[in-house]
Design a binder for this molecule. Structure first.
Ligand code: NAD
Length: 358
């Protein structure tokens, strides 16, 4: 095994992390060491196809466990660390913010400390080739009005939820480790992802899951909040491109040029389901849409100006929303057992607490 071709991925049993591990092993070289705490959002079924693949080493553990991370870095000697590990759901950050501060802020700090110590001990050549990539979100920039220009990398931070505040804190810590210690960090702020293996508390898999069961499809407020949507494999390719060509210390915004209202997204998913799997009684899936009380502090709009990553690195999304969303809906239809397994009793309780329905 060539130690220089090993990377450490954290949170690689979650939605984007698992997609990244698959994409990396399909197109990249070497070994992926995957450190994940396996919270409710982490799922080894997302990595089932790699269970016997010697290029994937899974380790259950917490990024906040300094001794564990130190030992992993010493044992596997990665040339890069990609940090996906986080609490990621805004609604949960409103009801239970503690875990968000613990993992997203304290955990990232612990990881940075361990990585810095490891990096400082590397021989010169390996030290200059090393990269720490921190995966973050456009939500750190706050909320836009519908006629505001999109977020650029220089937009001031203005996080509005405990989730986005915890991610903004982590971004600041990462920035400071580059500025103060010279750690070769990279930060990506990405818009909403969709695709396979997304836990069905998030909008798109939730809509598919509820529509298939003939259950009400909850929509916050008037459904007119706007998000930019990016197919997850395009995000994974962007991260790989930034690892390869990004300038140490730089931040890159990643987006799909696909701004949609939540209602547009839901109507699109319903129309695809009408096409593929019409209801026997000819009712349309959008008749299940049910408007519910808005999320407290709900940001109106996020939009990404991704020109920096395109101009500097040459990355652009390959999927349009129209092609990506079809693939995604088809994936959930083809993977009904996966959906069944993750929509356990705990999931049902969560939906009930959040939207007052089962
Ligand atoms: P996810 O919630 O699906 O997965 C998070 C993973 O991290 C899970 O496997 C979980 O077990 C693991 N984890 C949580 N706490 C941990 C800890 N203390 N130590 C080790 N592992 C831990 O999240 P996701 O949607 O895949 O998001 C991944 C990253 O991308 C997050 O940092 C998130 O902020 C960011 N992001 C997500 C989106 C999106 O649309 N989902 C958009 C932009 C940025």
């Amino acid at each position: 095994m060539n130690p220089n071709s090993t990377i450490l991925v954290t949170g690689g049993a979650g939605f984007i992390g698992a997609n990244f591990v698959h994409t990396w092993l399909e197109t990249g070289e070497g070994i992926v060491v995957n450190l994940d705490k396996l919270t409710y959002a982490g799922n080894l079924e997302n990595l089932e196809a790699l269970a016997k693949d010697p290029r994937h080493v899974f380790i259950q553990g917490d990024i906040g466990d300094r001794q564990r991370v130190d030992a992993l870095l010493d044992d596997y000697r990665p040339w890069a660390v990609v940090n996906f590990a986080a609490e990621s759901h805004v609604d949960r950050s409103i009801s239970t913010p503690d875990d968000f501060i613990q993992t997203n802020v304290v955990g990232t700090f612990n990881l940075l400390q361990a990585v810095r110590s490891y990096w400082e001990g590397l021989p010169d050549e390996e030290r200059s080739a090393f990269r720490f990539l921190h995966v973050s979100t456009d939500e750190v920039y706050g909320s836009l009005r519908n006629d505001d220009p999109a977020f650029s990398e220089t937009t001031p931070y203005s996080p509005n939820s405990p989730y986005s505040a915890s991610k903004a804190s982590s971004n600041h810590l990462v920035r400071s480790y580059h500025h103060t210690y010279g750690l070769p960090t990279l930060t990506t702020n990405c818009s909403n992802n969709y695709g396979p293996w997304q836990f069905p508390e998030k909008l798109i898999p939730l809509v598919v899951h509820h529509a298939l069961q003939g259950k009400p499809i909850p929509v916050y407020g008037d459904g007119l909040n706007i998000r930019d949507w990016l197919f997850v494999t395009d995000h994974c390719r962007a991260i790989m491109a930034v690892m390869d060509k990004g300038r140490p210390g730089a931040v890159y915004n990643v987006g799909g040029n696909s701004e949609k209202t939540n209602l547009e997204v839901i109507l699109t998913v319903c129309a695809i389901l009408d096409d593929i799997l019409p209801f026997a009684d000819l009712r349309r899936h959008d008749t299940l849409i049910t408007f519910v009380k808005d999320r407290p502090g709900h940001d109106q709009r996020y939009a990404i100006d991704a020109s920096k990553i395109t101009d500097e690195i040459g990355w652009a999304p390959e999927e349009t929303f129209e092609t990506g969303i079809r693939k995604t809906v088809q994936w959930y239809l083809d993977n009904a057992q996966w959906v069944k397994n993750v929509t356990s009793v705990a999931y049902q309780n969560w939906i009930e607490t959040s939207y007052g329905q089962r």
